[in-house]
Design a protein. Structure first.
Length: 277
């Protein structure tokens, strides 16, 4: 996008360098690219959006940000609100849960900051599905997503006085992190997991979320007879809590969505929710 010069009336409402999101780019990725293009430390764009000197962002708020944050960034970048909303799961969750104020916990029980170093190298981008619980691979590049640097530090999106897309400890650029090939079985299973998420976000309804637990309870005997390898469940880091909370799901408004996907994965029913309806 074009640069805003000092005499332009839009100077006070936008950034010197603006950009538009890539397809399927995550909200936090767009914020980091804004930081990098404008020569700012990581997190400065988000601080501008929140009208603070520095905003210690929490990852759930970056995956499912507030409507106000989406509106403000759209205004700063002179883009339609829908273009920025597409970097989040905000509108999909609003439709699915029939609420104007969806929470990150409607989507997933927890989030881990992970990235694909090839995506960073090629486009300086992090894809939004990389943050979905159960996803541990980049399906485009067929490598494992990374959550830590080679120096051992946990990767974090923002850090005071740190450059965008770099480790806050050793300042290594994320594009230089190792490429770890993903196991073919993980790629196959996570393609189904992602398709299931996308099916519910596009076609699902609150009523179907609330009714599905009753239908699945009838399959418990079937599941107990099926053989499962332990590696299949390593991606669901909170599966014990999910087991305890499943019985209470019927009294909730149907979330988080990740719990439903976890259950469908356990029942080997992901492929029933992966196509058009």
């Amino acid at each position: 996008m074009e640069r805003i010069v000092l005499g332009d009336p839009a100077w006070s409402d936008t950034f010197p360098h603006r950009m538009a999101p890539h397809p399927e780019e995550a909200f936090v990725s767009l914020l980091l690219r804004c930081d990098e293009e404008n020569g700012w430390a990581s997190g400065r764009t988000y601080a501008h959006v929140r009208n603070l000197l520095y905003y210690p962002a929490h990852l759930p708020d970056l995956v499912v940000p507030s409507r106000r944050s989406v509106d403000t960034l759209a205004m700063r970048l002179c883009l339609p609100i829908g273009t920025i909303a597409a970097t989040t799961y905000l509108w999909e969750l609003m439709r699915l849960f029939e609420t104007v104020t969806p929470s990150s916990r409607d989507l997933c029980e927890s989030f881990v900051f992970r990235l694909c170093p090839i995506c960073i190298k090629e486009h300086r981008v992090i894809l939004r599905y990389h943050f979905l619980l159960g996803m541990t691979t980049c399906l485009q590049h067929r490598i494992s997503l990374l959550s830590s640097c080679t120096c051992g530090a946990v990767l974090r999106p923002f850090a005071p006085r740190s450059s965008p897309f770099t480790c806050r400890v050793c300042v290594k650029d994320w594009s230089g992190l190792p490429h770890v090939p993903a196991a073919p079985k993980d790629l196959e299973e996570e393609q189904l997991i992602l398709a299931c998420y996308e099916w519910w976000l596009k076609y699902g309804s609150q009523a179907s979320l609330l009714n599905l637990p009753f239908r699945l309870e009838n399959l418990n005997d079937y599941v107990s007879r099926k053989s499962r390898g332990p590696s299949r469940w390593s991606r669901w880091t909170r599966r014990k809590r999910y087991t305890k909370r499943w019985s209470r799901l019927r009294s909730s408004r149907g979330g988080p969505l990740s719990m439903m996907v976890w259950r469908l994965d356990r029942l080997d029913l992901l492929d029933h929710f992966s196509g058009e309806t």
